[in-house]
Unconditional design. Structure first.
Length: 190
């Protein structure tokens, strides 16, 4: 069974929306506008590219990343790895041709089936709605969180507000940086 890893830039109050500056959100670009950049705090992002064997995205994140990431040197390792987009509306003609093999999955059941295949870890970037569904369905195995010392108020959250049983997490890696960022890596306890 493959490991499904959710990776996120997240504010202290749980917001994950528009960390890089995506239009339409009041606090867009919050990751770099309000917190001093320290390269060592982002070491985990490079490690994720080297350790992941595939990427899973929701449609909205795919449509935001696919025009930009294929040509960015910072994301070169992602260009060649298989990508999976979970969407009920995306069609094959909506996929870009310069970002490697991409497969559209239509349901969380198809994600569960993907996890049952052979291969290395699958990394989930962005994709707030997808992350909520994956978490609620018990499909996420690990969280890589960079927690920013910000309160953003309104915005898309990483976790849903669903009424569900408690889910225990085990902290397996953590670090605090001089700019207030916290790296928190949790395994989901089954």
């Amino acid at each position: 069974m493959r490991t499904l890893i959710s990776t996120a830039f997240i504010s202290l109050d749980g917001v994950v929306e528009a960390p890089g500056g995506e239009a339409g959100y009041r606090n867009a670009g919050w990751t770099f506008k309000h917190v001093h950049f320290l390269p060592e705090a982002f070491e985990i992002k490079g490690r994720e590219q080297q350790e992941a064997a595939a990427m899973l995205l929701g449609r909205t994140s795919y449509e935001a990343f696919s025009p930009v990431w294929p040509d960015m040197a910072d994301f070169a390792d992602y260009k060649v790895m298989p990508k999976y987009v979970v969407s009920t509306t995306l069609t094959e003609d909506g996929l870009v041709s310069n970002w490697g093999e991409t497969t559209i999955l239509r349901s969380l059941d198809e994600v569960a089936a993907l996890k049952d295949t052979e291969g290395g870890p699958i990394i989930v970037h962005g994709s707030a709605t997808l992350n909520q569904g994956l978490s609620d369905a018990g499909l996420i195995d690990r969280y890589h969180l960079l927690v920013f010392p910000l309160l953003l108020g309104a915005g898309k959250r990483l976790f849903s507000a669903a009424d569900k049983d408690a889910q225990k997490l085990e902290l397996v890696e953590h670090e605090l940086y001089a700019n207030g960022l916290q790296k928190q890596v949790f395994d989901v306890v089954r």
